[in-house]
Design a protein around this ligand. Sequence first.
Ligand code: SDX
Length: 394
Amino acid sequence: MTVCEYRPGLEGVPATQSSISFVDGQQGILEYRGIRIEELAQKSTFLETAYLLIWGGLPTKQELEAFEHEIRYHRRLKYRVRDMMKCFPESGHPMDALQACAAALGLFYSKRALDNPTYIQDAVVRLLAKIPTMVAAFQLMRKGNDPVQPRDDLDYSANFLYMLNEQEPDPLAARIFDICLTLHAEHTINASTFSAMVTASTLTDPYAVIASAVGTLAGPLHGGANEEVITMLQEIGTVENVRPYVEACIQQKSKIMGFGHRVYKVKDPRATILQRLAEQLFDKFGQDEYYEIALEMEQAVEEKLGHKGIYPNVDFYSGLVYRKLGIPVDLFTPVFAIARVAGWLAHWKEQLGENRIFRPTQVYTGVRNQVYTPLAERPQIWDKQAVTIQSIVN
Ligand code: SDX
């Protein structure tokens, strides 16, 4: 077996063969099952897109209605999951709460039957249906309130905003939120999807797979960036402060949140759509104080870092949309997770279809053939530089 060269972060190393989504980072193209993201955002819904990603094709009217009915029926949480949430500290991050609840689902559906299509279908429906309810329930409970029950008369996105804000959303707000979910649903082998695939490859249950992925998405270099962008815009405070801020980041070689991408070397096509959605919300509900700062930021970063392929990614404008929808900043990444469950499940199913457990190799850089030094003979102070490790010379 040939060992390929070590690539930090596996950059450019194919980890699988997949037919779920396609990205061209130079042209700024994203397709789900071959359909351009711009078309899905305009013409589809999140649940229809989830069906496309997971089952491999657009559903018939009957299939879509049956899928939507199944999801409505499974939105409610077991009371024990809600009781578990009551023990969570209010100050805890909602992504940690979500990861705990996703894993807890495995306790209720512990009988693994990965070769049974009904088991697969049930897991897909339960996770897509219950994750939004978990996110909304934690939000209300950490404020000391009882969570509200899902409403079967509302569609997927309207119901989430209703459970979160305890009032029916404006139809435009619900539609724009649904488009955001479509935009965030899938993105080839990103870190959290890779995490899901590695976990899936051991043939554990799908709830553990999603819990792994949620934990991975939470990091600020990945899904956690949307929350960091708002913090950054607040910290900058004025348009005049933008360029000094960008210069300081460059000097300190620190990453500017919401910019850059391992694959896109142009503006993320999802950022372009999210920017337009934000402007639609501003037209109807009023301007956002940070939008001008964001526009100045995009221009300044393009001037200074565009030559390195650093442009806005999906996380740069999404937070401005979510703020207008009344979503708290620390729920931005859980909202990303609600959408990405569709992509994670699609890759879980695909992995099971032709599974081989992930077990990469390494380039070993440590020492060999060391002698065990009895405690009494070891130096009093452990100083790596001073201590010479006795080695057996072959
Ligand atoms: C998501 O993979 C996906 O598809 C992810 C995602 C999805 O849908 O699943 O698209 C969602 O995670 C989007 C990314 C959200 N993260 C952020 O916005 C955090 C800020 N971005 C960076 O941390 C960074 O751009 C990454 C992590 C996104 C990508 O990093 P890479 O590919 O590992 O790039 P790198 O760190 O090797 O940087 C290459 C060069 C470096 O400069 P040099 O040392 O070569 O001179 O580009 C610079 C970096 O300093 N650089 C940045 C930068 N990102 C890269 N400089 C300033 N600000 C940045 N944001």
